[in-house]
Design a protein around this ligand. Structure first.
Ligand SMILES: *[C@@H]1O[C@H](CO)[C@@H](O)[C@H](O)[C@H]1NC(C)=O
Ligand SMILES: *[C@@H]1O[C@H](CO)[C@@H](O)[C@H](O)[C@H]1NC(C)=O
Ligand SMILES: *[C@@H]1O[C@H](CO)[C@@H](O)[C@H](O)[C@H]1NC(C)=O
Ligand SMILES: *[C@@H]1O[C@H](CO)[C@@H](O)[C@H](O)[C@H]1NC(C)=O
Ligand SMILES: *[C@@H]1O[C@H](CO)[C@@H](O)[C@H](O)[C@H]1NC(C)=O
Ligand SMILES: *[C@@H]1O[C@H](CO)[C@@H](O)[C@H](O)[C@H]1NC(C)=O
Length: 478
């Protein structure tokens, strides 16, 4: 799971439930979150005819920091990646989901990619993560993951919360090129690759795919239900879009739209249905608190400089399992990004409604940054090579367009789903631009965004400005 990418839009939400008796009290309920790493929509349930994802399809039929805190990165303090030299951590006094659940007697477990810190802010009763395991074993070896999940499930009778964060289908070429670009060779039974007994590799031919380069479907989530199918809320989702140009680290829909499948034993009203409501990963914590019937309003998130009042700006998704909202026209989801790798300073804020999207590129003078593993990918290398030799890219953008972004991008998604036609400067867009800008600003205020006034003003909120925080003009617009 990732830090600032960690909360992204989920445009499609499949609500499913199955027919089970109403549980006596909420306290007997469990929850399981299955998180893919850079996962896309390549699965049968999303009408992909090529990739075979029987377990995810069955889940749909039958049934990272922002994810675990309910706060965008600029509010939880983890502005970029956690691992290695990136070294980002969230505020240590943050009340994360595992902490709140622990306080309420729920047994918590994490298997796979943790990618958040510091340790004390994210306490799990059971942890088998990349911090002291091979990420290949706890994040990609589904047999190993199944055994660990069983160990956790068999070791207690309290209600549980289990968070399984796969490393699939993340790229692999940058760290373990011997297993292929997406680790698709790892555990396939060939010499030196080892074996993952629960995995039956399916090889797709490039020309049968709906994308030029494809993500092998290795994250087959198991219905490892251990008799808990009747009392467990299951959510399957991903952290961000696929690691391709315009995907991961971007706020275009290709970077933020993610699959989300929810299966609840208590909600059969909308079995097999699809919602068109907008959801965000910031909704996971409110959903979990709702599921466990935990009231949580306390503000224990004070650091020296900022007083944090309203903690969660997301909402519980459980009402969506009962009925589709009558009016979705005012719905909005928000996103925040500051850095990916430590060198990639490119703060962006975004609001997405049913019809429009507004992106604020705060550091718009800088070329859009490229991360280490994506840089080495065949797709990006090919784009670079073709650009240098003035060949046709066969792509819907040029590299220059991809790097150079204006301060504001406004798209009418309904008529321009590819987000190619920036209408921000059009006279006819004035009203919607102002409205979205205002709503984005209000969300930034509600989440104590340190970038609230950037890049044309400085935020002053201490000393003489303690009681009346202000954006003071920099006079840098020329
Ligand atoms: C939820 O908690 C409240 C008290 O906090 C309680 O009154 C209510 O009965 C609980 N609901 C369920 C379904 O357990
Ligand atoms: C990893 O650390 C956790 C404690 O955080 C411990 O329970 C677990 O056994 C450790 N796993 C390994 C493989 O050392
Ligand atoms: C099982 O639970 C006990 C007590 O709750 C704990 O001490 C032990 O470490 C747990 N074992 C595993 C494998 O999690
Ligand atoms: C996957 O995990 C199982 C169970 O721990 C193990 O037997 C197998 O060797 C592992 N496969 C690989 C490729 O490491
Ligand atoms: C890009 O060009 C370099 C240098 O000519 C070459 O080594 C590499 O294979 C090319 N990569 C792709 C994906 O075409
Ligand atoms: C757009 O608005 C500006 C300022 O109100 C006005 O000067 C200009 O003529 C308008 N352009 C069009 C094409 O309506």
């Amino acid at each position: 799971m990732k830090y600032s990418e960690g909360f992204r839009v989920i445009i499609f939400l499949i609500c499913t439930g199955y027919n089970v008796k109403q549980m006596a009290t909420a306290r007997e309920l469990n929850a399981l979150i299955l998180l893919a790493d850079d996962g896309g929509f390549e699965m049968g349930v999303y009408l992909n005819k090529i990739s075979q994802t029987p377990n995810l399809d069955a889940l749909a039929k039958k049934d990272r920091s922002a994810i675990l805190t309910g706060m965008p990165s600029h509010q939880n303090g983890m502005y970029g990646l956690h691992q290695a030299e990136n070294h980002f951590n969230s505020f240590s006094n943050i009340n994360s989901l595992p902490k709140i659940l622990q306080d309420n007697g729920i047994r918590t477990g994490i298997i796979g990619k943790k990618h958040v810190g510091p340790e004390e802010a994210y306490p799990f009763d059971y942890a088998q993560t990349e911090e002291n395991n091979s990420i290949l074993q706890v994040g990609r070896n589904i047999t190993h993951i199944r055994l660990l999940a069983r160990e956790f499930l068999n070791n207690g009778t309290e209600p549980f919360f289990l968070y399984i964060a796969f490393h699939d289908p993340h790229r692999c070429g940058h760290t373990n090129p011997e297993f292929g670009e997406f680790c698709q060779l790892f555990g396939n039974g060939d010499e030196g690759m080892g074996l993952i007994p629960d995995w039956k590799p399916i090889i797709y031919q490039p020309d049968e795919l709906q994308l030029p380069y494809f993500i092998p479907d290795t994250w087959e989530a198991r219905k490892d239900n251990s008799g808990h199918l009747d009392d467990t809320l299951i959510i399957y989702t991903s952290d961000n879009g696929i690691p391709f140009p315009n995907g991961r680290t971007n706020f275009y829909d290709s970077g933020i739209a993610e699959p989300m499948l929810i299966s609840s034993p208590l909600h059969k009203e909308r079995e097999h249905q699809v919602t068109n409501s907008l959801a965000s990963l910031l909704d996971i914590v409110p959903t979990m608190l709702d599921w466990y019937n935990i009231t949580y309003e306390e503000d224990r998130l004070e650091d020296n400089s900022v007083e944090r009042k309203k903690i969660f700006t997301g909402r519980s998704l459980l009402p969506l399992l009962i009925a589709e909202p009558a009016d979705k026209s005012k719905e909005a989801i928000f996103a925040s990004h500051n850095l990916h790798e430590i060198t990639m300073y490119y703060p962006m804020r975004m609001i997405r409604t049913q019809r429009y999207k507004l992106i604020h590129n705060i550091n718009f003078y800088s070329p859009f940054p490229i991360d280490q593993d994506f840089y080495l990918s065949p797709t990006f290398q090919d784009i670079l090579n073709r650009t240098k030799s003035h060949e046709n890219l066969n792509w819907f953008k040029t590299l220059k367009q991809y790097y150079d972004r204006p301060e504001w991008e406004l798209y009418d998604i309904k008529h321009d789903p590819e987000e190619l036609n920036n209408i921000v400067k059009k006279n006819s867009s004035m009203e919607i631009f102002q409205e979205l800008k205002k709503r984005l600003n209000e969300w930034q205020k509600a989440t104590n965004d340190p970038w609230l006034c950037a890049p044309h003003a400085v935020f002053e909120n201490k000393g003489a400005y303690k009681d009346s925080p202000q954006c003071l003009d920099l006079d840098n617009m020329w």
